[in-house]
Design a protein around this ligand. Structure first.
Ligand SMILES: O=C(O)c1cccc(C(=O)CC[C@H]2O[C@@H](n3cnc4c(=O)[nH]cnc43)[C@H](O)[C@@H]2O)c1
Length: 230
């Protein structure tokens, strides 16, 4: 079985990679690891939608996989999804692709620049239908994500985005990962651990080590689940 494991930055999946053993570098962004019967390509895309889209397109043009897994940290809009909590992101919207109209924001579907049901969108959303039970993650909370180029850090714009999309979490790569996987009809999961609440910007309140620790525990659990059920 061939897996693609994607992260924005190396620290986010370094503990997982260390647990899986030495791999060989394919190029500066990808490495191949062999673990039991699995061949695992790891891809570090860099932070952001554009970087993720480029590297996903490149790796999927050259390789075929049975499953792609994106692991990352995220901000949470909800007090009940606290720093450290790990979630399965099952829906994505690019929340800052569009145009301003005075104090309003119109997204690409509202601007009629993207037909809301054009494949792979469903009512303007990217919805992941990959069966999570197969990969041992059914206990994780399923959440709605937004992807942005400009992270929210100001209560006024946070209130507005909650009213518009009612998101649970925010990342800077999730939608690009889903779009590439859905276009290639590649089963995929986007698993994120919360590093911070989305609030007026205060980096001192972030807990990235906790998020990365919990993220990697789940990541390893998924890989073990797959090896045990092959
Ligand atoms: O310093 C800041 O204000 C700041 C704002 C957003 C992200 C960062 C990062 O250093 C992390 C980038 C990385 O983590 C994901 N992430 C984590 N929390 C959030 C968030 O609240 N909003 C958007 N993205 C977040 C993101 O996917 C990046 O990969 C620093």
């Amino acid at each position: 079985m061939k897996l693609l494991v994607v992260a924005a930055t190396l620290p986010e999946i370094k503990p997982l990679m260390s647990s899986l053993g030495q791999g060989e570098a394919k190029d500066f962004s990808t490495k191949t690891l062999h673990y039991h019967q699995l061949s695992i390509d790891t891809l570090i895309t860099g932070v952001g939608l554009m970087h993720t889209a480029y590297f996903m397109g490149k790796v999927l043009a050259k390789n075929t996989y049975d499953l792609a897994l994106q692991f990352g940290i995220a901000g949470s809009f909800r007090k009940d999804i606290a720093p450290g909590v790990t979630v399965n992101v099952i829906e994505e919207t690019v929340a800052d692709l569009g145009a301003e109209d005075k104090d309003n924001f119109l997204d690409v579907t509202e601007l009629h620049l993207l037909p809301p049901d054009q494949f792979p969108y469903q009512a303007g959303k990217l919805v992941n239908t990959t069966a999570d039970s197969v990969y041992g993650v059914s206990a994780l909370k399923k959440v709605k994500g937004i992807s942005v180029n400009k992270a929210h850090g100001y209560q006024y714009s946070i209130d507005k985005i909650i009213l518009k999309y009612n998101p649970d979490i925010e990342s800077m790569e999730g939608a690009a990962f889903f779009y590439a996987c859905f276009m290639e009809r590649l089963p995929c999961l986007q698993i994120r651990a919360v590093s911070n609440y989305i609030e007026d910007r205060n980096k001192d309140r972030w807990n990235i080590p906790l998020a990365i620790g919990n993220l990697n525990k789940i990541a390893l659990k998924i890989i073990h689940h797959i090896t045990e059920h092959l």
